[in-house]
Write a protein that binds this ligand. Sequence first.
Ligand SMILES: [Zn+2]
Length: 75
Amino acid sequence: MLPTKKRCPRCGRVLPAEAFNLVRGGRELAGWCRVCNHRYYLDRKEAGFVRKNPSGRKIAHGGYTDAVGRYIDLG
Ligand SMILES: [Zn+2]
């Protein structure tokens, strides 16, 4: 069962499940809320997708950026 609420670790807000993308075929909520995912995408876009993710973590929350810089939304 999906939780009805979740705290986004990026912005720290507790948000309803609807504020998150679904991942793993809809069985799980994305790690970050849609707003954070979008903001992250925009940051990456501005940076020209050349910078390595400074945290070293995989981009696995709701989507990822492919080799030519397109954002692939898995949610
Ligand atoms: Zn967030």
